[in-house]
Design a protein around this ligand. Structure first.
Ligand code: ADP
Length: 181
């Protein structure tokens, strides 16, 4: 689908570290020093340059780490991208509504990507893995936020969904949004 600003939103199934895009977004944790899931895969395939850049961030502007909902860019190392934008999703909570923080991850990542001059941005489904966010709700928040805020120079936002269930949930959420007009 196309956003009001003319940005194309696409869904693909696959491994985000195999994508070619100006920006690959990492579902990082606040330490910026690596973890499991997407984070582990990005550092494995992207090589040591990304971790070195993250260490530099920790030694300078981000001494206490990156806060939940914020985003920061580094080199993409050996990935087929110009930058990795690291963002920290909220851990799912059944007792507290943290949706604004999840929306902030998408908004801030797009802001940082646009500042870098990126045209194509690949996102994973932030917080829906180790951080436990239900996929259907995570998909709705991701798509709604991108629809609202994506703008040039970004021309394409691609969601890279790891498995069939994630892809199906995003497809359903996208169709629901389209039906709403
Ligand atoms: P979080 O800690 O924010 O939950 P995870 O990396 O654990 O982040 O998971 C986020 C989502 O990314 C999950 O839906 C997970 O299945 C998916 N995922 C894991 N590895 C990859 C990958 N290599 N490419 C794309 N998506 C992935």
């Amino acid at each position: 689908m196309r956003t009001p600003e003319g940005v194309t939103v696409t869904l693909v199934r696959g491994d985000i570290t195999r994508q070619s895009a100006d920006v690959i977004v990492n579902a990082a944790n606040s330490s910026l020093l690596g973890g499991g899931g997407v984070d582990g895969a990005i550092h494995r395939r992207g090589g040591p340059e990304i971790l070195a850049a993250c260490r530099e961030l920790r030694a300078s502007r981000y001494g206490k780490g990156l806060r939940t909902g914020q985003a920061v860019a580094t080199t993409a190392g050996a990935l087929d991208a110009q930058w990795v934008v690291h963002t920290v999703g909220p851990v799912w909570s059944s007792s507290e509504d943290r949706s604004a923080l999840l929306a902030s991850c998408y908004r801030e990542s797009l802001r940082v990507a646009a500042e870098s001059g990126a045209r194509t941005v690949a996102f994973p489904a932030i917080s829906t893995g180790i951080y436990g966010w239900p996929m259907d709700d995570g998909a709705r928040i991701a798509l709604r936020t991108v629809l609202e805020v994506a703008a040039p120079p970004v021309t394409e936002v691609r969601f890279v969904l790891f498995d069939a269930q994630a892809y199906a949930e995003f497809e359903e959420a996208l169709e629901a949004l389209e039906a709403q007009g």
